[in-house]
Design a protein around this ligand. Structure first.
Ligand code: FRU
Length: 479
């Protein structure tokens, strides 16, 4: 029953629209057994402009059905990014007595950026714009957008995180229509190489202990991210219902992803204690010239979030691909306790066009080892580990098409510390992307690639010595 895409580069495991431009995921909400994903969308063109909210639904976060466009520009302007909540107790009074509905909170981006509402009683198919829009008028700040709203059970109120140029503002509301400014965070914290966008405040247990939670504040910046162009940073700390307090030194920067193509992520509302987010798999440096047609843009894989304590580094964000992705495994190949030597490729018979790789290595004499994916004589994307420097990297210099932008080809790095001389890699390869999760998911890379469709080999390599493969599972995937 699921569609299978044939266009050159069209992602098989990732959401992309049938045609035209997308950017940020918006209004992610789990409602009546379905995951809804709205997104920045240009219904009639493949470059950004005059954006609407497109709409897709999924039962498993993996297979998506694209629905009709949900929200279109009006007299207040195009519909920029925002969020959706289930107004379960009809706090807004927008629904019939004691019934629930969906409320979208988004940025109206006309001459000024302001926050507006729309509501739906038919599972997000049709929407009514709220008569009192905007609900937060522009206070004289040029960049004033991307409201992400959550329910704060402790005080029975809604809380909004909003990007305001070089800082985040927090607002609260009892009814979603009247909002009160509470506090601001960030002009002197984290990275400020570019404008701050798409914030979200998320409560997560530390080390799986539900009685010990901390708050993660994710803030995207464009440009100035770790791999160049747009990307995400996060802060860890406390939230008292009013204020976010960073527990780390203000100048410390924590990156969400070390690749170039993970931006504007947000979590699904209404998934209980499970927190799952998805990002726009792209970078503003070249998003409008990527060589795809008739669609342009795709989402990352959905990832489950956690917090984990690391000795000497404090609490860090952990991201792991959602378990639902196990449902698309087809052929499985396994190895255990192999010695990987230069010049021998144990993966030579596998079709690596759409694969999942899960490997655990014990460091040996090799100076470098890893996987070369989407490989042919002329092309390869290298996911490698530098044993001496403890650096995990993705090198897409020779990954395929790159001339559409000088900012595309490149190699991206992050420190990944071995644990008892071992490292783990979990990799997803699709027709135009790689996603790499290092160790427990504390280091992640998301990178677009545009290899020739016939570049479908994978190689396990080592250089200048051996590495011990404790275990390796390769799954060919089929959506
Ligand atoms: C982030 C962003 C948001 C804005 C939207 C416009 O990628 O710039 O800040 O709401 O895209 O499409």
């Amino acid at each position: 029953p699921y569609s299978y895409y044939t266009e050159k580069y069209r992602p098989q495991l990732h959401f992309s629209p049938a045609r035209n431009w997308i950017n940020d995921p918006n209004g992610l909400v789990y409602h009546k057994g379905k995951y809804h994903m709205f997104y920045q969308y240009k219904p009639y063109g493949d470059k950004w402009g005059n954006v609407s909210w497109g709409h897709a639904v999924s039962k498993d976060l993996v297979h998506w059905e694209q629905l009709r466009v949900a929200l279109t520009p009006d007299e207040l302007g195009p519909i920029f990014s925002g969020s959706i909540v289930v107004d379960r107790h009809n706090t807004s009074g927008l629904f019939k007595e004691s019934s629930e509905g969906l409320v979208a909170i988004y940025t109206s981006a006309g001459e000024m950026q302001q926050q507006s509402l729309a509501y739906s009683t038919d599972e997000g198919i049709t929407w009514t714009k709220y008569k009192g829009n905007p609900v937060i008028p522009n206070p004289g700040i040029k960049d004033f957008r991307d409201p992400k709203v959550m329910w704060y059970e402790k005080e029975y109120k809604w809380i909004m995180a909003l990007a305001a140029g070089d800082h985040i503002q927090f607002y609260s509301s009892k009814n979603l229509t009247a909002w009160k400014y509470m506090s601001r965070f960030g002009e002197n914290e984290g990275s400020h190489g570019g404008v701050w966008e798409v914030p979200e405040l998320i409560e997560l247990p530390v080390d799986n202990d539900p009685n010990n939670t901390k708050w993660l504040l994710k803030v995207d910046i464009n440009p100035g991210s770790v791999a160049g162009g747009s990307g995400g940073q996060y802060f860890i700390g406390a939230f008292d219902g009013m204020r976010f307090i960073n527990e780390n030194p203000p100048n410390e920067i924590r990156w969400v992803d070390y690749g170039k193509d993970f931006y504007a992520a947000q979590t699904w509302f209404n998934t209980g204690s499970r927190k799952v987010w998805i990002g726009w798999m792209n970078n503003w440096q070249y998003a409008d010239v990527t060589p795809t047609n008739p669609w342009r843009g795709a989402m990352s894989l959905p990832r489950e979030l956690a917090l984990k304590t690391f000795r000497g580094e404090g609490v860090k964000l952990i991201q792991m691909p959602v378990k639902e992705l196990k449902g698309i495994r087809k052929n499985q190949y396994q190895w255990k306790n192999e010695k990987v030597m230069p010049g021998k490729n144990i993966l030579s018979s596998i079709n690596g066009k759409t694969v999942e790789i899960a490997a655990e290595f014990e460091l040996g004499s090799a100076s470098e080892f890893g996987f070369k994916v989407r490989k042919s004589a002329a092309e390869e994307t290298v996911i490698g580990y530098d044993t001496e420097r403890h650096i995990l990297f993705v090198d897409r210099t020779y990954s395929g098409e790159f001339i559409f932008s000088p900012a595309f080809a490149g190699r991206y790095e992050a420190i990944l510390n071995p644990i008892r001389d071992r490292i783990k890699l979990h990799i997803f390869v699709d027709w135009s992307s790689v996603e790499v999760f290092g160790n427990a998911g504390e280091i992640v890379f998301t990178d677009l690639i545009f290899p020739n469709p016939s570049s479908n080999r994978i190689e396990l390599y080592s250089e200048n010595g051996y590495v011990k493969l404790s275990s390796l599972i390769v799954n060919e995937l089929e959506s």
